[in-house]
Design a protein around this ligand. Sequence first.
Ligand code: DX5
Ligand code: ZN
Length: 218
Amino acid sequence: MMKYILAPSLLAADFTKLGEQIKETEEAGAEYLHIDVMDGLFVPSISFGMPLIESIRPASKQFFDVHLMIVEPERYIDEFVRCGADSITFHLEATKDPQAVIDKIHACGVQAGISIKPGTPLEEVYPYVDQVEMVLIMSVEPGFGGQAFIPESYDRIRQLRNYIEENGLVTAIEVDGGVGKKNIREVIEAGANIFVAGSGVFRKNTITDNVNKFLEAF
Ligand code: DX5
Ligand code: ZN
């Protein structure tokens, strides 16, 4: 039986109620908290960074899944680990030496993830799949929450799941962008096992109801 994990994306939270909202996702059963760091260079937008992560760390026992959308991620690995990251995911497109970034993340004692944008050929991530704990397939262009899921992502997830199985690996597949109640079943069936959801968790109904809907689909 595959283990399925929900990773609410903080980007969609109401920052005036940040602590309460994080607690609510945790109590409702979301095991991860997905934390999107944007630098205005790798992606057009700027989100938040170390001070925020450090400040919320004591408020949650969730696994802090830090998604770095920044150029040259190698510059900041130590800092994000110091602030409380349990896993650091960086973009293949953002560094000249992905292997060195993976090694640095592991040397800091946390899990490593590697991510690819929707337009990056899936094969480019293959050399690293056995080196990381998780591959993050972006199902929207990184940079903003609330975008529509790109349907081609289903095939990419399926192909990556086949590759992982054919090679006897245990790497997790995380999907990020446009995942909600309407498509969660299909994303599960395609072969993902960690699901990022921003708007799907923090918008419309209560956070608890939203989280429950995801967990019921697992
Ligand atoms: C986009 C971020 C996502 C985003 C997802 O660049 O990586 O994590 O918050 O938001 P939704 O679930 O609203 O598409
Ligand atoms: Zn993300």
